[in-house]
Design a protein around this ligand. Structure first.
Ligand code: ADP
Ligand code: ASP
Ligand code: MG
Length: 477
């Protein structure tokens, strides 16, 4: 098996000098075991959000607002760099950080003068987060005597030109990785690159969509046939639900690629939905691990998960959804009706999450976005249209729903006090989802968690952690 391990560190794992030091320690540990890490890093926590806000402010003509944000970001990066490298090397790094921010400010001033933000310029601005973090982290690693080398991700991650959500070009990526990364890795050096960012063949900077650093890690792992891909984050792994919603969520020890992909698609932010695909193609195990608790064994995502006593592995929630009801009595039974409806969504490049149909009506759910008025206007040429926002989709995932009786009854009994708008059992038979009001989502998840994870299977879930918490509570009493 390949001794290459792709290690991706998310925003919280590189949020400041302390976190970056921890990251260096984790990478050193892998290196000491004879593995060759290829490190993919996100922007420092919250930096991408702030860069987007700055770009939007400049696009509206708010020059001062935009520059105030980059001034704070400049300080944060300079301060972090100062805490990471010695006096001898600091000058080179801080000069470089200053010149990056000078260039960024120049772009923002230009944007504010023109008053228009294009997706291409937006990508150029937001990519700064990963460009800065990766250089800085490579320098910090080298300063800690790790044999680290910075690689510009844009040389390797070739994409199309769909700015904001660019599609990677697998064959080219593989070629580039073999050219720019493999020779260093083969010599035992630790390559450090930014996640989330790429470039077109012509070299124009693009981004892979929010949370896209996970995707970069999987592309690198897939392209170089790595032995494993590690996603380092701020929780112990994939949990039975978002621990921010349900503090007694349990770590899932192993989960199948299919289940993890379903969870990610339906809102479990811990993994980007596209992450799994390149790994599945080459059957590379993916591990989700906690950089604040590196001893924990995390979650292992593999092709075939072992049998589990409980029907579900985890509950995800996708918020900010809108339901669109299309009612067309005049189209009753005419063929081509559904096609005409979907053509409208296709025309506006608006993905649909869930569909339910009756004789005369079709209900669809989509992410709330600014295309909705145009979509509704086109649909109203075909039928009567109503749309309603602030909905949430709850998605319960598990391979063991297949062939088990009475599961739906248990689900809806547990949330009997909640108004359920649409229900679907996915064609893959490993998810059961339904749409409710956004305000009801957290309460519903806690009720479902109590119902289905009250007696967890110790083969699959980390029940020891639960016992530790109980013992701690007992000792405090
Ligand atoms: P990173 O910056 O490392 O990419 P993210 O914030 O994107 O981290 O993802 C980690 C967060 O995902 C966790 O802090 C947690 O709140 C959230 N999350 C949502 N669903 C789950 C789940 N099922 N298991 C674990 N974490 C989850
Ligand atoms: N920095 C990017 C984001 O916040 C990518 C990532 O963190 O995965 O979306
Ligand atoms: Mg993430």
């Amino acid at each position: 098996m390949s001794n290459l391990v792709v290690m991706k560190f998310g925003g919280t794992s590189v949020e400041d000098a302390t976190a970056i030091n921890r990251t260096a320690g984790i990478v050193r540990g892998r290196h000491a075991k004879g593995l060759t890490p290829i490190v993919v890093v996100s922007a420092m926590a919250r930096v991408t959000d702030q860069l987007l806000t700055a770009a939007n402010a400049a696009g509206r003509g708010d020059r001062a607002g935009a520059l105030a944000i980059t001034a704070r970001l400049r300080n944060r990066h300079l301060e972090t760099a100062g805490a990471l490298v010695s006096q001898q090397t600091i000058c080179e790094l801080t000069n470089w950080i200053d010149s990056e921010f000078d260039a960024l400010d120049e772009v923002l001033r230009g944007l504010a003068a023109v008053g228009e933000l294009t997706p291409r310029i937006s990508d150029m601005v937001v990519s700064a987060g990963e460009r800065l973090s990766s250089r800085m982290i490579a320098a910090a690693f080298a300063h800690r005597n790790l044999d680290a080398i910075y690689v510009d991700a844009r040389q390797c991650i070739v994409t199309d030109a769909q700015h904001g959500k660019a599609i990677p070009q697998d064959a080219l990526i593989e070629q580039r990785l073999r050219h720019y990364v493999l020779p260093h890795a083969s010599a035992g050096r630790i390559c450090v690159m930014g996640g989330f960012i790429g470039a077109t063949e012509k070299g124009v900077t693009t981004t892979l969509g929010r949370g896209g650093s996970d995707f970069t890690a999987a592309l690198v792992g897939g392209g170089l046939d790595a032995g494993s891909i590690e996603i380092w984050t701020d929780v112990n792994g994939i949990m039975t639900t978002d621990p921010r919603i349900c503090p007694n969520a349990l770590r899932v020890k192993t989960i199948s690629f299919e289940e993890a992909a379903e969870l990610a698609y339906f809102g479990a932010k811990v993994l980007h939905p596209a992450t799994i695909l390149p790994a599945v193609k080459k059957n590379i195990p993916v591990l989700v691990l906690n950089s604040r608790n590196p001893e924990n064994e995390g979650t292992r995502i593999i092709s075939l998960a072992p049998h589990c006593r409980s029907p579900f592995k985890s509950i995800a929630v996708k918020r900010r959804l809108t339901i669109i009801d299309v009612v067309a009595s005049r189209m009753l039974m005419s063929h081509g009706y559904l096609k005409a409806i979907f053509d409208v969504f296709d025309k506006h490049k608006c993905p649909v999450d869930m569909v339910s149909t009756s004789e005369v009506s079709v209900s669809l759910t989509v992410d709330s976005n600014d295309k909705l008025p145009d979509v509704a206007a086109d649909l109203s040429q075909l039928a009567d249209v109503k749309y309603e926002g602030r909905k949430a989709l709850i998605c319960m995932v598990g391979e063991n729903i297949r062939g088990q009786n009475g599961i739906a009854a248990r689900v809806f009994q547990a949330i009997r006090h909640v108004n359920v708008r649409m229900i679907s059992q996915g064609a893959s038979e490993i998810n059961m989802s339904f749409m409710i009001e956004e305000d009801d989502a957290e309460e519903a998840i806690r009720s479902l968690h109590n119902e289905f994870f009250g007696d967890p299977d110790p083969e699959i879930f980390d029940v020891e952690a639960l016992r530790d918490v109980e013992a701690l509570k007992e000792s405090v009493r």
